[in-house]
Structures are given as C-alpha cells and as structure tokens.
Write a new protein. Structure first.
Lengths: 108, 194
C-alpha cells in the first residue's frame, strides 16, 4: 500500500470535495455514530453550537447529496425534525475518515 | 495447511456474551413495564437513557455510554435495538434479575416513571457528575448547554431525580444535613410546646 504523501494526496480524488467543510464534517461524524436513530435539529444545533442559518443550509446540502434524510417525529407531544444518515452517507463518511487518518498519520 | 484452532473458539463466545447482555437489558425493560416500540422516537430515547442510568448506577450491562450530540448514548445498544427489534418489543428473555438489580429497576421506575425528558436530563447530569467528575454546578452548566430546549423547571426536576437515583448520602452528608436542619427542627418543636 503506498504511504508517500503524493500517493495519499492523489487518493483524495475519489472523495467528494463538497463534504470537506468543518460544519459538514461535524454533521456527518455526529450522525454516523447514531446510525438509524438519528438526531433532531435542536439536538444538533445545541451540541455542535452552529447557528440556524448555517446549520439549516448545510443539512440541506447533505440531504441533496443523498447523505442524509429528514422526517417529522413527535416527542412528548412536540413535532420535531429528525435527521438520519443514509447508507451512502455512511459510506462517504467512512471513506473520508479513512483518508483523513491516512493523511494525518503521514503528515505527523 | 495447519488449522488455526484459536480462531474457532472466540466467535461463539462473543456471540453468547452479546446475547446475554441483550437479554439482561430486556429483563430490565420487563421489570420496568417498558413496552418498547422501535418506531417511536421517545421509546428509543427512553431505552438509551434507562441503560445509561443503570450503567451509571454501577450495573454493568455491557452497553457503555459516551457523549454524542444526543447526550450520553450507546451506539452498540442502537445496533442491537435495530438488529433484534422483535426480542426487545416482545420482551423475549431468559435472563432473570438478581435482587439488587430488581431493586435498582424498582427505584428507577419509581423515581423517573419512564418520562423521556426527566430520563434525558437525569442521565446527562449523571454522566457529567460521575463519568466526567464535574462538580454539581459545572454538571448543571453542561446540561443546560447540551439541552437548552428544556425549561428550567424540567432541568431542575430531572437533576433532582438523578441525585435521588444515583447518589446515596454518606454518613457525613447525613450529619451535615442534621446540623443544617437541626436548628429549624428544634424551633418547630419548641413552637409546638407553646
């Protein structure tokens, strides 16, 4: 397996560049850990400390890319928006994380 | 080619251990009268927080919790809830709770009453206070930061429930409380004499 920096950088060609923003990485990492359970909008907002405009826009981008789905749920009588990662989202996050690990080990 | 016999043994053992821990959780659900429904968001939340509170109480269920965007949470439990839904929903188990576990389940049910908000606040507070060894004020601050969508009253009630369930007062605590409240007790007894 190649472990020189140039090879590792070139492997990034297989990744989706649109995932590489701090907010999107935070969202994918958070939701990947929860699997089919997902998290509500208000939980993501509070835990990740992201303002409404940025959070909503980035959740929508990830949805458009097919990495997340959303739906209404009811909790204690309140209607909330639940976001869940899709299998495509899990795959993309796995690829991204693997590449980042290789990249950082190489750079260290 | 030489056969590697070491590889053959751990797999069934691991599967057996996984099954045992799942069966124990189902026994707790049964004892608590919790009829789990995978399609209900609140039920999945209740399942997570019950397990987390029991683990914080020192009952080892094999589903350790860590902090996620949803507060203290066990991804392993989620995997099992989805993989063995029927067993959880129909409370299929061969596992029995010992007297200490039954007592813990009874206390948990009596104090929290399967209420999602109280369980969520209580588990979050307990996690910060016990696992992260935060002092009470810091643990409260963290709960408010992570769960700002709950009212002050809900947070206060959830924390008081967590304290009741998770923290047994020590002899020193009892003595301090006696000292603190003794003056009021004596005053009220004196007022009764008049």
């Amino acid at each position: 397996m190649p472990n020189d920096i140039l090879s590792i950088l070139n492997e990034a060609g297989g990744l989706n560049a649109k995932v590489f923003s701090l907010v999107r990485l935070k969202l994918l990492a958070s939701l990947a850990a929860l699997g089919p359970d997902g998290a509500t909008y208000r939980e993501l907002k509070a835990a990740l400390d992201i303002n409404d405009g940025v959070l909503f826009a980035n959740l929508n981008v990830l949805k458009e890319m097919g990495y997340l789905v959303s739906g209404k749920i009811t909790s204690e009588g309140k209607e909330l928006e639940l976001y869940t990662i899709t299998p495509e989202g899990q795959d993309e996050w796995k690829r991204t994380r693997t590449w980042l690990c290789r990249f950082l080990n190489c750079g260290a | 080619m030489e056969e590697n016999t070491n590889l053959a043994v751990p797999v069934p053992q691991l599967r057996c251990m996984n099954m045992e821990k799942r069966k124990k959780v189902i026994a707790f659900f049964g004892e608590l009268g919790f009829h789990f429904n995978i399609g209900a968001f609140d039920d999945r939340l209740i399942a997570q927080k019950l397990v987390c509170l029991l683990e914080l109480k020192g009952i080892h269920l094999g589903y350790p919790c860590s902090l996620y965007v949803r507060g203290p949470y066990s991804p392993d439990l989620t995997l099992d809830l989805y993989a063995f839904t029927r067993e959880f929903e129909t409370l299929q188990t061969s596992s029995r709770l010992n007297p200490a576990e039954k007592e813990a389940a009874g206390e948990l049910g009596r104090i929290f009453g399967l209420k999602p908000v109280l369980l969520e606040v209580g588990a979050t507070y307990g996690y910060y206070a016990i696992r992260q060894e935060c002092d009470p004020l810091e643990a409260l601050r963290q709960v408010k930061r992570l769960k700002p969508f709950y009212s002050e009253a809900q947070i206060a009630l959830g924390i008081s429930k967590a304290k009741e369930f998770l923290f047994q007062p020590s002899k020193k605590d009892r003595e301090n409380l006696k000292k603190e409240t003794g003056i009021w007790q004596r005053a009220s007894l004196q007022s009764l004499e008049h």
